[in-house]
Design a protein around this ligand. Structure first.
Ligand SMILES: [Cu+2]
Length: 174
């Protein structure tokens, strides 16, 4: 019985060590994904001369690869959205919408869902949206540049109808 317990402890420790090893690989904070593994991920930014570069992908499973994006205050943000799926934008369209602080994400997404003619950015929402890409279908990419807003935590989402529940995250300026 004692021996059995010991074996368990060893096995468990091994598990911890292997998990730790995996984390290690991400420590530069910049991980390239080519549709292989899914990430729960934290951030994908890189700083170069006052530019915070962000690459975020959306797929046919209605998912962004990032849940959290971090950029530096005062930087220009260069954000690339890639749709790595195959489905058409009328079926599985994705965009990236960064909301101003204090804007309710669900309220916004509900309004946006009926704004097909303006690519799901509701008319009159200029003050609610800090930045957004166009709607993309499978294989498409859009790149946008904007000034990082002031320090704080913001929310981002895909405003294609029904996607916000799965496709949202935090945009942190620090
Ligand atoms: Cu979407």
């Amino acid at each position: 019985m004692k021996l059995f317990n010991r074996a368990l402890v060893v096995a468990f420790t091994g598990l911890l060590i292997s998990c730790g090893g995996k984390e290690e690989k991400k420590k530069d904070g910049f991980q390239y994904e080519e549709g292989s593994k899914k990430t729960e991920s934290t951030t994908q930014t890189k700083k170069e001369d006052g530019v915070s570069e962000v690459v975020i992908t959306g797929d046919d499973m209605m998912k962004f690869n990032l849940k959290e994006i971090k950029v530096k205050a005062g930087d220009k943000v260069k954000l690339t959205l890639k749709h790595i799926g195959k489905l058409d934008k009328n079926v599985m369209g994705h965009n990236f919408v960064l909301l101003a602080q204090g804007v309710d994400l669900v309220d916004f997404a509900t309004k946006a869902a009926t704004a097909k003619d303006t690519e799901y950015i509701p008319e009159g929402s200029e003050n609610d949206v800090l930045a957004h890409t166009k709607i993309l279908g499978g294989g498409e990419t859009d790149i946008i540049e904007f000034e990082a807003p002031e320090k704080g935590t913001y929310q981002f989402l895909c405003s294609f109808p029904g996607h916000y529940a799965m496709m949202q995250g935090k945009f942190i300026v620090e």
